[in-house]
Design a protein around this ligand. Structure first.
Ligand SMILES: Nc1ncnc2c1ncn2[C@@H]1O[C@H](COP(=O)(O)OP(=O)(O)OP(=O)(O)O)[C@@H](O)[C@H]1O
Ligand SMILES: [Mg+2]
Length: 319
């Protein structure tokens, strides 16, 4: 069952030098109790998508399409109705951990603030109980409720943010690059925390990352984004075994393979196009080793192959 249905979502940022097309016609479902990885290079629209689901897009963003959550289009909800969902049914761990916690507020008050929005009658004892349980579930001692954010290491701070995000048992947790700013050991610990939560909390997780390895650790499904498009969608297993889209193939090749002693990280040749003036036809064609004539002229269709999706002329009708 789909928990979130995203239909023809388009997001443009209005800037002084023109409109930037950050998400361009995205169709995607996030199923109940399923983990979905969103992968793609920097700038391909991952955070733009995550913040749109939270209805926290910046002022200069223009959105069209639908994001249906439990039968309601989030994009059409009034702000007071969004506030009832945000932080409770859908919550997000933001990409920049330093700006997400208020430096002059104790950890306790971050929790309390959230509880007051959703449960104004909750007693202080209940608040402390729920916050303590949430902290314990991510491996942080509840005595740390009285600490300020700066009193935590990066990894511990990330655990705290996860605890705040999951304390009201959301149906969907959006985790935007939850491990990027951490060293490898701590990164692995945070992944363990997320894996445990996935097992015990019955929630859907949307894991945003540019790291294909991290997706494999946690997610069942994966959506590959390129320049505002979803170019491929599949189970993680199938995607790794047989990537369909040329971009996915290059992304997978860019993972260093330690086993065969090949530590050199390959880069995908070229760079992301200017999204204020995206290439005609397929947005990936300037970098695609298989680009043919049609790719330069017409937008590729999204083709369904078994339960997978791929947006590429290699799989479309036209040759
Ligand atoms: N507020 C904004 N105003 C104008 N352009 C923006 C704004 N926010 C993002 N963009 C642009 O939209 C595009 C998508 O950005 P987004 O942050 O969603 O990418 P991302 O995939 O999350 O990248 P990263 O992996 O670096 O976090 C980029 O070209 C970015 O420069
Ligand atoms: Mg981002």
């Amino acid at each position: 069952m789909a928990l979130v249905e995203i239909k023809d979502l388009r997001i443009e940022y209005q800037t002084r030098s023109g409109n930037l097309s950050a998400v361009a016609g995205l169709n995607l479902n996030i199923n109940e109790q399923e983990s979905l990885g969103i992968v793609g290079e920097s700038g391909c629209g991952k955070s733009t998508l995550g913040t749109a689901i939270m209805k926290l897009s910046p002022q200069n963003a223009k959105l069209t399409g639908q994001i249906i959550f439990e039968g309601k289009d989030i994009l059409k909800l009034k702000s007071e109705d969004v506030r009832k969902i945000r932080g409770k049914d859908i919550s997000m761990i933001f990409q920049d951990p330093m700006t997400s916690l208020n430096p002059i507020m104790r950890i306790r008050d971050h929790f309390f603030e959230l509880f007051k929005v959703h449960y104004p009658k909750m007693t202080k004892e209940e608040m402390i109980k729920i916050a303590s349980e949430a902290l314990l579930s991510v491996g942080v001692d509840p005595s740390r409720l009285d600490n300020y954010p700066f009193e935590f290491s990066g990894g511990m701070r990330q655990r705290v943010m996860i605890a705040i995000a999951i304390c009201l048992k959301p149906k969907l947790l959006i985790a935007d690059e939850p491990t990027t700013s951490l060293d490898v050991v701590v990164q692995e610990q945070i992944m363990q925390v997320l894996k445990n939560l996935k097992k015990t909390k019955n929630m859907s997780i949307m894991l945003i990352t540019h790291d294909m390895g991290i997706v494999a650790e946690l997610a069942e499904k994966v959506a590959v984004m390129y320049a505002g498009w979803m170019v491929e969608y599949s189970t993680v297993l199938e995607l790794y075994n047989k990537p369909l889209h040329p971009y996915t193939q290059l992304l997978l090749e860019s993972i260093p393979n330690v086993k065969i002693d090949d530590m050199e990280l390959k880069h995908i040749p070229g760079s992301l196009p200017d999204l204020k003036n995206p290439p005609k036809g397929c947005r990936f064609h300037p970098r695609c080793p298989f680009a043919k004539d049609i790719c330069k002229k017409e937008e590729p269709p999204t083709v369904e192959i078994e339960n997978r999706k791929v947006k590429c002329w290699l799989y479309g009708d036209k040759t």
